[in-house]
Write a protein that binds this ligand. Structure first.
Ligand SMILES: Cc1ncc(COP(=O)(O)O)c(C=O)c1O
Length: 402
């Protein structure tokens, strides 16, 4: 049995080269089993039932928080469950920023950020009069330490950057960045959505203040994610929602005592099956070994980049990407048409602006095609892709519509 046998998706699509892993990863059988087991055998709520199935559900739910904490080198009390990286970043902006930033304070981002790490900060520009500034990217799209240093000044109170950007896929040295940001008396928020399933992460060693990610980009279910934050910051922050489960007491005068973090942020019945499935995804990745992911993907990535670079009709925008994501375009053919043509040949890729709409200045193209690899992809799939790409032409893509 090979690793691909763990992914039932391939039983249904045996010939499909699934290259859209930066959008979401496939789910291995143990994750599907964990979710199904919850629905079939447990189906109970947590933290409020005095019976066996509720207790077992609660145990599995709480165990996942411990597993995630260990996975990123911290403690369970620092792990807040959310619906995904987007909600986690919104929680930073609205649970921290809205209460502790003020007019003319600056939040520093980069033009390579995902919309989910940009728009929540724009909300605060409108609501509070804060300013959003952008670290200039170099010609290849990197954020250099010099550029970060030069962009920091006394009004910068928070810096929020992707650990790995979702298009250019360079790994930011978050540990070195954290030092610079803290020396400026600012907080450092890291969007880990693209990094968490690819490289080992240690939030304590990196000394970041916030780290946000989603389960579905690391083999887990959709609709569940995490915000890590330092304890003292979580204690200051306000929850986005309040209600059942997040308070100790309240009275008719409106006096409310909230629980300590993380319970303070998790009111209402959570995504129990998602969290339990998330735990199974962490087990799967731990068994695989996070340090093995890059080693496995590197030759596939290298072959795909070199193969594409050898084609005169193709432009690769990030040939030096650290992570296995390739952004490219084909001369004279719309990105969507390239994706539709690849789809005809059983290859799934993403085309468009990839939720980073301010990156056009670096890509010098409004839209691109994005190919992103993960642990179940094979060299045969990469060769098939390169064969199809070597043969692509405007006439052939137009044929699709005739
Ligand atoms: C860099 C980055 N940040 C944030 C997100 C948002 O993640 P989600 O859609 O799971 O909330 C994504 C998703 O593509 C991403 O790539």
């Amino acid at each position: 049995m090979g690793l691909r046998d763990d992914f039932p998706f391939f039983k249904h699509h045996p010939d499909l080269a699934y290259f859209d892993n930066a959008a979401t990863t496939l789910k291995p059988q143990p994750v599907i089993d964990a979710v199904t087991d919850y629905y079939e055998r447990l189906s109970s709520n947590i933290h409020r039932g005095d019976y066996e199935t509720s207790r077992e559900t609660e145990m599995k739910y709480d165990a996942t928080r411990d597993k995630i904490a260990k996975f990123i080198g911290t403690e369970a009390k620092n792990i807040v469950f959310t619906s995904g990286a987007s909600e986690s970043l919104n929680l930073v902006a609205h649970g921290y920023g809205r209460h502790f930033l003020k007019k003319d304070d600056v939040v520093l981002l980069s033009a390579a950020e995902h919309a989910s790490n940009t728009l929540p900060w724009f909300n605060l520009v409108e609501e509070l009069g804060i300013k959003v500034e952008f670290i200039p990217l170099d010609a290849t799209g990197h954020i250099t330490m010099e550029a970060l240093k030069e962009s920091l000044h006394e009004h910068v109170k928070l810096v929020s950057l992707a650990h790995i950007s979702n298009i250019l896929a360079y790994v930011n040295d978050i540990q070195e960045m954290a030092k610079l940001v803290h020396a400026n008396d600012a907080l450092f928020c890291v969007d880990g959505a693209q990094a968490i399933g690819h490289i080992p992460v240690n939030v304590v060693e990196s000394d970041v203040d916030f780290y946000a990610f989603s389960a579905h980009k690391m083999l887990g279910p959709s609709g569940v994610g995490v915000l890590f934050a330092k304890e003292e910051i979580l204690e200051m922050m306000k929850p986005l929602n309040t209600g059942g489960g997040n308070n100790v007491r309240y009275n008719a005068c409106g006096s409310v005592t909230l629980k300590k973090a993380p319970a303070k942020f998790e009111s209402g019945t959570p995504n129990i099956e998602g969290v339990i499935g998330f735990g199974a995804a962490i087990d799967y990745l731990n068994d695989y070994g996070m340090e093995n992911i890059h080693t496995y993907l590197q030759p596939l990535h290298k072959r795909a980049v070199e193969g594409l670079m050898a084609m005169s009709h193709v432009t690769v925008y990030n040939p030096e990407a650290d992570n296995a994501i390739i952004a490219f375009s084909v001369e004279g053919i719309f990105a969507q048409d390239v994706a539709a043509y690849l789809d005809r040949h059983n290859i799934a890729v993403r085309s468009g602006e990839h939720c980073a709409k301010m990156l056009n200045g670096v890509l010098h193209a409004e839209k691109s095609v994005r190919l992103s690899l993960y642990i179940y992809n094979t060299m045969e799939e990469v060769e098939h892709f390169l064969n199809v790409m070597s043969d692509i032409s405007l006439e052939k893509t137009i044929d699709l519509y005739i």
